[in-house]
Design a protein around this ligand. Structure first.
Ligand code: NAD
Length: 491
């Protein structure tokens, strides 16, 4: 069947979910999304607009204030989220196939995302009735307590690289704490958000508590984050968009939690366990074809072992399989042509300034016609302050830098505008903890690397990697107001 014939087949239409109703089934204002693996058309997406935002915010306010929602006990909210986790696990094959097709990621990574999403809903479901205020001793005859209240309407702006996981991590926390949520899914990968919307629409949740807006950032995301009726924004994506989201929220004095990516280093000392370090450094940059906010995109290697370590790493990179995600290769496709061209431009730039020691080329794997694929790439010899070394590439591209002392390693690690994650590989506990203490990063992994599995670990960045923390118990605070009540009693 030709691409045209495939593309002319009737495809799924993804409507908005507003106030419990599917909106836009009949609209002509739609755009299409394509499978990254082969360019086949997957769905038509309804382009939400400012009027949809208006309706959704009003519906969220009504739902939030309704007795039906206010009277649901915290543990009942929790049970609902635990049921969702169970539903996701019971249908893990469908959820994984959907995420693999929509984002292009290797199937086993899609399964890991599905399990992580289930864990988020389960974790926050379990936490729903365990979030409590405190009593503060002040003086005799004064009982001082704090009460934690939901902030109200929370907005969740989702990127295209881990849609299911990223929705689960913030929506789980926001619903557990009693808010009404509005999800704006990514332009390119809205399918798992829609599947979640279907589950919520069929659940006993009051309508308007979970809503899903589809469409373009400028047309629906921008009016949503600027709306005076919302109370919190959680955003994951680029620094540039994050800044405009924060400015819009600031106009209404609304808090935002921002997760804006990184240029995370893996720091390898000569005494490290090389088998583990080679594996860890490799996984850190190839996961989701490097399209990961926490990708370990810089290798800082101790000079005395550089040649030998890089040789091992090159062999590892050359053994990796690139191909469609459904074949569960090591590296799947790049999201789309735009992202692909941006990555290739960075590789070309790097070729002028440094030396490619593995990969560096586009490939056409079997079964991947119509998709965009790039070999896992190692670049050496870059000047640490050049743009390739400083800016997020969002592809399977690792830049290598050398250090002679722990101090130099720390300075190099801290030499970008980002500070999301860092890996330290050494058997020397003094060195490991000295580096961990001085690296400016929200998460430091010693002799391991990977933010994904750590549902319970606070996650977020220093510097331009963002503001605030997601995951773990601490994230529940993003969605709560603290009310202090002072009670005078006696004489
Ligand atoms: P983006 O930041 O523009 O988009 C992220 C989300 O924000 C999408 O849902 C988008 O629709 C929405 N959005 C866009 N403009 C908006 C606005 N004015 N107001 C509110 N919402 C808005 O990212 P992108 O264009 O998808 O990707 C560009 C680059 O961003 C990538 O190459 C990568 O470097 C980076 N990125 C980082 C992450 C991450 O995990 N930190 C995720 C995706 C992309």
């Amino acid at each position: 069947m030709s691409k045209e014939e495939m593309n002319s087949e009737k495809v799924q239409r993804i409507p908005l979910l507003i106030d419990g109703q599917w909106i836009g089934e009949e609209r002509e204002d739609v755009y299409s999304v394509y499978a990254p693996a082969n360019g086949h058309k997957l769905a038509e997406i309804v382009r939400g607009n400012g009027q949809d935002v208006e309706r959704a915010v009003q519906a969220a306010q009504t739902a939030f204030e309704s007795d039906a929602w206010q009277n649901i006990k915290p543990f009942e909210r929790g049970q609902l989220l635990v049921r969702l986790a169970q539903h996701i696990r019971d249908h893990r094959d469908e959820w994984a196939a959907r995420e693999c097709q929509d984002v292009g990621k290797p199937l086993s990574q899609a399964y890991a995302d599905v399990e992580a999403a289930a864990r988020y809903f389960e974790f926050y479901g379990g936490a729903a009735d365990k979030v409590a205020g405190e009593t503060i001793p002040i003086e005799n005859g004064l009982l001082n307590v704090t009460v934690l209240e939901p902030v109200g309407i929370t907005v969740h702006i989702v990127p295209w690289n881990y849609p299911l996981q990223i929705i689960a991590r913030s929506v789980g926390a926001a619903l557990a704490t009693g808010n009404a949520v509005i999800v704006k899914s990514a332009e390119d990968t809205p399918l798992s958000a829609h599947a979640l919307a279907e589950w919520f629409a069929a659940s006993e949740l009051p309508r308007g508590i979970f809503q899903h807006l589809t469409g373009l950032g400028q047309e629906v995301g921008a009016p949503l984050v600027a709306h005076p009726g919302i109370n919190h924004v959680t955003f994951t994506g680029s620094v540039q968009t994050g800044i405009s989201v924060m400015k819009a929220a600031a106009e209404n004095v609304v808090q935002s939690t921002l997760e804006l990516g990184g240029k995370s280093p893996n720091i390898v000392f000569a005494d490290a366990d090389w088998n583990k370090a080679v594996e860890g450094v490799t996984r850190a940059i190839i996961q989701n074809a490097g399209q990961t906010c926490s990708a370990g995109s810089r290798l800082l290697i101790e000079e005395s072992c550089k040649a030998e370590f890089l040789d091992r790493l090159r062999q590892k990179f050359e053994s990796l399989q690139v191909g469609p995600g459904e074949r569960d290769t090591d590296i799947g496709p790049i999201l789309n042509e735009k992202q692909f061209k941006q990555i290739m431009a960075r590789i070309d730039e790097a070729k002028q300034q440094g030396k490619i020691i593995a990969g560096g080329r586009a490939v056409n794997p079997e079964g991947g016609k119509g998709g965009f694929y790039i070999e896992p790439t190692i670049i050496d010899g870059l000047e640490p302050h050049c743009s390739v070394a400083q800016e997020e590439i969002f592809g399977p591209v690792l830049s290598v830098f050398t250090f002679k002392s722990a101090e130099e390693a720390i300075n190099l690690a801290n030499s970008t505008d980002y500070g999301l994650v860092a890996g330290v590989w050494t058997k020397d506990i003094d060195v490991a903890h000295t580096v961990a203490a001085k690296v400016k990063a929200g998460q430091v992994f010693i002799n391991n690397y990977g933010a994904a599995g750590g549902i319970q670990m606070p996650f977020g960045g220093y510097k331009k990697s963002g503001i605030g923390r997601e995951k773990g118990f601490v994230a529940l605070r993003n969605y709560l107001e603290i009310k202090n009540i002072a009670v005078k009693y006696g004489n």
